[in-house]
Design a protein around this ligand. Structure first.
Ligand code: ATP
Length: 203
């Protein structure tokens, strides 16, 4: 099993900016959000179960999941949310493990906004990297990227782990409040460190 570095951080903190830089060194990035999409692809047993439970209205004309409709239902109804999570979380965990097992790079990144909230994901990581910026920066960058209004970004931030809680659970904190050039240097150093740690873990 590959040495796994978990990467997490709040909305707009720069997880993608960080993982893109590791990917440029040839490191496999397993993305928990993408894994969550794979398990409900058209034709999957999980999507059939979702359609049977919520009705065919939850599907779009092309047979794919209407994520906005599903979000609307489960965020309004905790029991439905629980039903959905009990179906999908084990499958997402399996998909993540499958992708990690298939990775051929010297170590593997697991990028997940819910790394610290999900014990099954957390236990897959040998090390936890938290990408951190002050909340004001997080807000500005998330708003600029997605054209989201401030209230929407603040709602998402409020639903995520608080900054201090996240930092307390980090093995390594990447301060992404500087420029992208500075981030290049931080990742270059960390890549060297992770290569060494992965090598040590093999012996
Ligand atoms: P989400 O969880 O919302 O997907 P994320 O943590 O993956 O977010 P990114 O998409 O990497 O965050 O970064 C958010 C925005 O901020 C992007 O538009 C990105 O280009 C920009 N950004 C990231 N890091 C920096 C930086 N150091 N300087 C300037 N802009 C940055």
């Amino acid at each position: 099993m590959s040495f796994v570095v978990g990467v997490t951080g709040g909305i707009g903190s720069g997880k993608t900016a960080v993982t893109d830089r590791f990917a440029a060194y040839g490191i496999t990035v397993v993305d928990a959000d993408l894994a969550a999409r794979v398990v409900v692809e058209p034709g999957s047993p999980a999507l059939e179960a979702v359609a049977a439970h919520f009705g065919a209205d939850i599907l779009q004309a092309d047979g794919s999941l209407d994520r906005a409709a599903l979000r609307g239902i489960v965020f309004a109804d905790p029991a439905q949310r629980k039903w959905l999570e009990q179906l999908t979380h084990p499958l997402i965990g399996e998909e993540i493990r499958r992708q990690i097992a298939a990775s051929e790079s010297p170590y593997t990144l697991l990028s997940s906004p819910l790394l610290l909230e999900s014990s099954s994901q957390r236990t897959l990581a040998n090390l936890v990297v938290v990408v951190d910026v002050p909340e004001e920066v997080q807000l500005q960058r998330a708003m600029a990227r997605d054209n989201n209004d401030e209230a929407q970004v603040r709602r998402i931030m409020a639903a995520q782990l608080a900054r201090e809680e996240r930092l307390a659970l980090a093995d390594i904190i990447v301060d992404n409040s500087g420029s992208l050039d500075e981030l290049d240097d931080i990742v270059a150093e960390l890549h060297k460190e992770f290569l060494q740690r992965a090598e040590l873990a093999e012996h």
